[in-house]
Design a protein around this ligand. Structure first.
Ligand SMILES: Nc1nc2c(c(=O)[nH]1)N[C@H]1C(S)=C(S)[C@@H](COP(=O)(O)OP(=O)(O)OC[C@H]3O[C@@H](n4cnc5c(=O)[nH]c(N)nc54)[C@H](O)[C@@H]3O)O[C@H]1N2
Ligand SMILES: Nc1nc2c(c(=O)[nH]1)N[C@H]1C(S)=C(S)[C@@H](COP(=O)(O)OP(=O)(O)OC[C@H]3O[C@@H](n4cnc5c(=O)[nH]c(N)nc54)[C@H](O)[C@@H]3O)O[C@H]1N2
Ligand SMILES: [Mo]
Length: 654
């Protein structure tokens, strides 16, 4: 991969694009497929620095866009973007968890990461659109297995039988896109059959009457017609949950960029938890604890070293769309701004450890937006679809070859942890903090111009009361011995009413109803299927497909299709078929199974790589996002997440 190019060069090099041959007349310039060769890490003459400076000088500081995968490691990136005077930092979360994040904000006043899934102590766990044992968070897997060993019962609601479904006590195969109907019926049962926790509801939920009136038409019998799940099974599920309450988790979803009502689906899941009294409870969704809650201090954030940029964000978040959290923005709208120079031109873009061309729908349209850029930089540890289009690639050390910023995990036990460098980089790469510090030094942003990682750690830890040596020797420093669960009288929601807001004024004022009536999803036309997507246990998104060992085990994805339907179409198991959507066609091998809902087909995300240097991955399998033409415009107006599963494909024999 990228590193293979670097291998031939001395340690001072920098992968830098050289322009390819001139484009024949009549064709657009276009990016990609250029010749690549070494550059230098910069000495006096740093190309990235000069370019960014020049662009910001002629188009304003705001003409810089920066995106990454978000999460706890992005503090340094955010700080640099602020220091450069641009409001346009975006995470990738619009294609991941934005809907559930905003759903939590609208109900509780805090984001989804302020609640823990206490799998270890749960008695009933419902996983809806969650494949815990294949779409992995290691600690979560262990906790759920521990919980199940201690007797927790597992219900899985999915459009297909996953490994997680295979381990479940109850598997409910649902029609794709109808989960909201199911949840409304569950709320209906809880309220009408007095299965909810009245004391909790009285103390924490407002207004319950509005909710009661709203769910009246959504009976279990009605939901059966939508979801294809038997009414009696829906009732049984609600009753089982009520018996186990409050040690119940109805998971509100993680990758929730699926439908136009995913925000409301996530809200309904949270509301079910609230009615069962599990929000805040042991074995349910207790609140995380912060160091401040224990009378301690959080890590200092580097982003706070700089004043907030007052300029309006290019993606409209915070002004045109006041309902959304401006911390992460919505990248699809930043691409729109880039394409149309509206509200202003975006001329430089840094994709930091991030591959939007494989993780956002409609890569053709994104590439057209890239044509409006003067400069596209990718910081990456391996080739990616986006890096291939870049003007400059800065090679990043892999995680074992770099140390990282100290992290804080707010949890039942708030914890600090540190990642150390295990080995020197094999190739000519640098750690993320080294790359950013180098830039900062040259830009004279002194507070971020760290010479040693210890200087960065020292700023993070100032006044925190934890020594770096302790972190280095233990890896993790926990702030209490035991998990802390709050008593009900210690729970406060940071909303206007101090309670869980079933009706939220911020959204209502924008004409976005808090209780949105159910709209049935489009039923696929004859011969069509709804495209559903997800992860597999072996690969990490698209970035491991070319890894030799992982590629040997799983070189391509396959198309799950309902066996009875496939047989009628004369399609065999393992046969290569044409998959077409919006006029775009690809080929994929089939996997025939009874265990997928007949309206859906499913494929693992991340395959169908298209860049020649990834020799093993090249052209193997199919990229789901290429089948999502027009997808940048399909997003949940209340939650901001893209609706990646509002696309249909036709399958035909070759
Ligand atoms: N091994 C591995 N683990 C990972 C990742 C990885 O790339 N590889 N990625 C990580 C990341 S970034 C994330 S966000 C998480 C994602 O974690 P999850 O959200 O659990 O993972 P997914 O596989 O996207 O989707 C879960 C399930 O939703 C189902 N589904 C699709 N449509 C519907 C529907 O309409 N209704 C219902 N009920 N179910 C539906 C799919 O069949 C799938 O089994 O995984 C994380 N863990
Ligand atoms: N169509 C469709 N789109 C999706 C999804 C989907 O299921 N379908 N899933 C969505 C989800 S849940 C998420 S979180 C986003 C993720 O979207 P991205 O964040 O774009 O995806 P990643 O592949 O995790 O990260 C991309 C970059 O991380 C860097 N990287 C980090 N570690 C490594 C490594 O060890 N090897 C290599 N080669 N590169 C590394 C590389 O620069 C790589 O290009 O995508 C979303 N987009
Ligand atoms: Mo994700």
């Amino acid at each position: 991969q990228g590193a293979a190019v670097a291998r031939r060069r001395p340690r001072s090099g920098l992968l830098q694009c050289r322009w390819g041959p001139a484009v024949p007349p009549g064709q657009t310039r276009g990016r990609g497929g250029r010749k690549w060769g070494p550059g230098s890490w910069g000495g006096g003459n740093c190309p990235v620095l000069e370019k960014i400076k020049a662009i910001q000088k002629s188009h304003g500081a705001r003409s810089l866009l920066w995106s990454d995968g978000g999460g706890p490691f992005s503090d340094l990136s955010r700080a640099l973007v602020r220091a450069l005077g641009s409001p346009n930092y975006n995470s990738s979360d619009a294609v991941c968890a934005r809907n559930v994040h905003h759903a939590a904000l609208s109900l509780f006043g805090f984001g989804h990461e302020q609640l823990v899934y206490d799998f270890k102590n749960a008695k009933q766990v419902v996983l809806q659109t969650r494949n815990v044992f294949e779409s992995i968070d290691v600690r979560e897997v262990n906790n759920l297995l521990d919980g199940m060993a201690a007797g927790a019962r597992l219900t899985v609601i999915d459009v297909r039988a996953t490994v997680t479904a295979g381990k479940a006590d109850r598997f409910l195969m649902i029609r794709p896109g109808t989960d909201y109907a199911l949840n409304l019926a569950v709320i209906n049962i809880l309220l009408n059959n007095h299965l909810y926790n009245e004391t909790y509801a009285h103390a924490f939920i407002q207004p319950l009457d509005a909710l009661r009136r709203f769910v009246e038409p959504y009976t279990p019998a009605w939901a059966e017609g939508e979801t294809a799940i038997k009414a009696e099974n829906i009732v049984m599920l609600a009753e089982d949950l009520a018996k186990a309450a409050p040690a119940v988790i109805w998971h509100p979803g993680w990758m929730t960029a699926r439908y136009r009502d995913s925000f409301h689906l996530a809200r309904s899941a949270y509301i079910i938890n609230a009615l069962l009294g599990s929000v805040g409870a042991k074995g349910g969704l207790p609140l995380v604890n912060t160091p401040e809650y224990l009378g301690r201090k959080s890590l200092n954030r580097l982003v706070d070293l700089f004043p907030k940029v007052q300029e309006k964000r290019a993606d409209g978040v915070g002004w045109k769309y006041p309902q959304f959290d401006p911390e992460a923005g919505l990248l699809q709208l930043a691409f729109k701004a880039m394409a149309g120079a509206d509200p202003y031109p975006i001329k430089a873009y840094v994709a930091f450890n991030h591959d939007p061309l494989s993780s956002f729908p409609d890569p053709t349209v994104i590439k057209q937006a890239f044509d409006q850029l003067d400069y596209l930089v990718c910081v990456t540890s391996g080739w990616s679809q986006t890096a291939w289009q870049a003007d400059l690639v800065l090679p990043l050390s892999t995680y074992l070859e770099r140390e990282s910023m100290i992290q804080q995990k707010n949890d039942l036990i708030p914890t600090f942890f540190i990642r150390q460098r295990c080995m020197e980089p094999r190739f000519d790469t640098k750690a993320d903090w080294e790359i950013i510090s180098d830039l900062a030094r040259k830009l004279e942003i002194t507070p971020l111009a760290f010479k040693r990682i210890d200087d960065l750690w020292a700023i993070q830890l100032e006044g925190v009361g934890v020594k770096v040596d302790e972190l280095l020797s233990k890896g993790f420093v926990e702030l209490t011995d035991k998990p802390i669960y709050r008593k009900p009288d210690q729970i406060k929601f940071p909303t206007a009413s101090g309670r869980i807001e079933i009706v939220n004024d911020r959204w209502e004022k924008l004409g976005l109803p808090s209780l949105k009536p159910y709209i049935a999803p489009v039923t696929p036309a004859a011969g069509q299927f709804r495209l559903t997507v997800g992860r597999c246990a072996l690969h990490s998104q698209g970035n491991t497909i070319n890894n030799p060992r992982l590629n040997a085990r799983m070189p391509e994805n396959e198309l799950w299709i309902n066996q009875s339907i496939a047989r009628k179409m004369d399609i065999e198991d393992g046969e290569t078929v044409m998959v077409t959507s919006h006029g775009i066609t690809g080929q994929l091998k089939t996997k025939l199974t009874e265990f997928i809902q007949p309206e859906a087909v499913f494929m693992v995300h991340g395959f169908g790589r298209q860049i020649p240097v990834e020799t093993r991955a090249l052209g193997r399998g199919l990229a789901d996002n290429t089948l999502m033409a027009g997808g940048l415009d399909l997003w949940d107006p209340s939650g901001g997440g893209l609706a990646l599963q509002e696309h249909f494909v036709t399958i035909s024999k070759i």
